[in-house]
Design a protein around this ligand. Sequence first.
Ligand SMILES: Cc1cc2nc3c(=O)[nH]c(=O)nc-3n(C[C@H](O)[C@H](O)[C@H](O)COP(=O)(O)O)c2cc1C
Length: 260
Amino acid sequence: MNNNDTIKKTLIVAISLCLVCSALISFSAVELRDLQEANKTLDKQSKILSAAGLLTEGTEISELFESIEPRIVNLETGEFDSAIDLDQYEESSFSRDPNTSIELSSNQDIALLKRRENFQTVYLHYNSQALNAIILPVRGYGLWGTMKGYLALEPDLKTIIGLEFFDHKETPGLGGEIDNPKWKEIWKGKEVFSDSGDILISVIKGSVDKSSDEAKYQVDGLSGATITSNGVTNLLSFWLGDMGYGPLLEQLQDKETKGV
Ligand SMILES: Cc1cc2nc3c(=O)[nH]c(=O)nc-3n(C[C@H](O)[C@H](O)[C@H](O)COP(=O)(O)O)c2cc1C
């Protein structure tokens, strides 16, 4: 009589099943890696376009993205740097490597980044050779993790075209409302700097009093998500400041006023 109900046979079936499943998982993980990377890139491109108000339905994202000029910028000097190949640049490795990043002091580190890369990629959009939008990668800690996104500014370098996040771990319905189209709409036309150059943009607690002089620098807070809201304020303050894109924005402003 052939008895299949033995410990030995049960173990053989269980182990074989595990081996087959792990082989399948490894195979699909390796095979799908390129596809996943391509999808991530496409998602980032769509957020860059969306932040700048350039996302139109019916046209391929990659086609629309051809109108965007990515440039590497040296965050310390604010100058564009062509020595670094755009394809070689990777934010995560640059921000970890001590040779390509600096450690932030607790006073400087308002966005809770620990280190800041010395170079970043910024995205420019031109309309008949005139700057139409500058799109700046921004990131900072919310409640559960780092929120990563893009801030697009008008050519005056202070009026917001849009703010889009492409990666965060905030709770859906609470901090996750940073993705809510209605909330994102509020950002359009808000200003980040006062006339004297102070960074005033902030997400306040509650609703903005539209009649107040500060209204153009303020965005309604997300209810039940003050920590995320403060995280957004802090990350914008960091990236618009001296340790972020401050030097670049100054350089661009100088060129604009001198007509270079
Ligand atoms: C399960 C859970 C998830 C939460 N997720 C968030 C979040 O994503 N962002 C946030 O700011 N607060 C979140 N909170 C609430 C915070 O702990 C905190 O109470 C809140 O930020 C205070 O905001 P409020 O003053 O607007 O109520 C969460 C709370 C719980 C219990």
